[in-house]
Design a protein around this ligand. Structure first.
Ligand code: SF4
Length: 257
């Protein structure tokens, strides 16, 4: 299968140290505790799941895929990094570049990587065949075009797979302001429930939200059959960071092919 991979955009290059660029900017390395990413609890959550020290999970190999259903005004990937010129890579090529990078975590990022959810199992299979000690990490936005399918999710449930469910607003109004797209609540709750039923290992992040809205949000989640005890304990809020890239977020039109 072929992946549409997005090289780092002009705006992103303002924030990324040149030493972290791989394959002339097609991929990058990210150390969780540098470059403003210190909010991320991924290494701690991975450490609790898999054992070992959190430092063993702090270096990520980042692949950015084309396309996103959202259009966040604070997007540090920028529209050009989501909708600009892509390069085609096979799953084998992605895994080989990961091995070459020496990173611990393979992070399939977007845009919105779950738009290509049906391709994840092939990539995961090749990754663990070639590199059994790797960690596979990716992101769910719960609002990608359609409902997640249980047959796709089942194949993502590997021991060394860990996913983030990234929630971009706690109310309709906040979601619209944060993403410039309306929230389809029916799809949002159905997709979260599908993940919950599949048993895949995931945790929740909230980006740019009001902490005072969290209690009401979790009450609503409970009404939609979300197991709040399961999800709330590993969840955390990500405050917006003023990346240099944000000055370039709207350099090209949204949805450019
Ligand atoms: S969800 Fe928002 S922040 Fe993330 S890639 Fe899409 S537009 Fe950017």
């Amino acid at each position: 299968m072929v992946w549409k991979v997005m090289p780092m955009s002009k705006g992103q290059l303002l924030d990324i140290a040149p030493k972290d660029l791989l394959c002339e900017g097609t991929f990058r390395l990210c150390e969780t505790y540098k470059g403003g990413g210190g909010y991320d609890r991924f290494p701690y959550i991975a450490s609790r799941k898999l054992g070992g020290h959190p430092d063993a999970y702090s270096i990520q190999f980042i692949v950015q895929l084309k396309g996103c259903n959202l259009d966040c005004p604070y997007c540090y990937v920028t529209r050009a990094g989501i909708w600009g010129e892509h390069v085609n890579k096979t799953s084998n090529e992605l895994v080989d570049a990961f091995i070459e990078s020496g990173a611990q975590v393979f992070h399939l990022m977007g845009g919105a990587p779950a738009l290509q959810l049906q391709q994840w199992p092939e990539l995961i299979g090749i990754l663990f065949k070639k590199c059994p000690n790797a960690i596979f990490h990716s992101d769910f936005m719960l609002t990608e075009k359609t409902h997640y399918r249980s047959e796709n999710l089942r194949d993502l449930n590997g021991h060394r797979c860990l996913y983030a469910i990234n929630i971009k607003g706690l109310t309709q109004k906040a979601w619209l302001s944060n993403t410039r797209k309306p929230l389809d609540e029916a799809v949002f709750w159905a997709n979260w429930l599908a993940i919950q039923k599949s048993g895949v290992s995931a945790y929740v992040t909230f980006t740019g939200v009001l902490r005072s809205d969290l209690d009401t949000f979790w009450q609503k989640a409970e009404k939609n059959s979300i197991d709040v005890n399961l999800w709330a304990k590993e969840s955390f809020v990500i405050d917006l960071i003023e990346y240099e890239a944000v000055k370039h977020v709207d350099d090209i039109a949204w949805g450019t092919k």
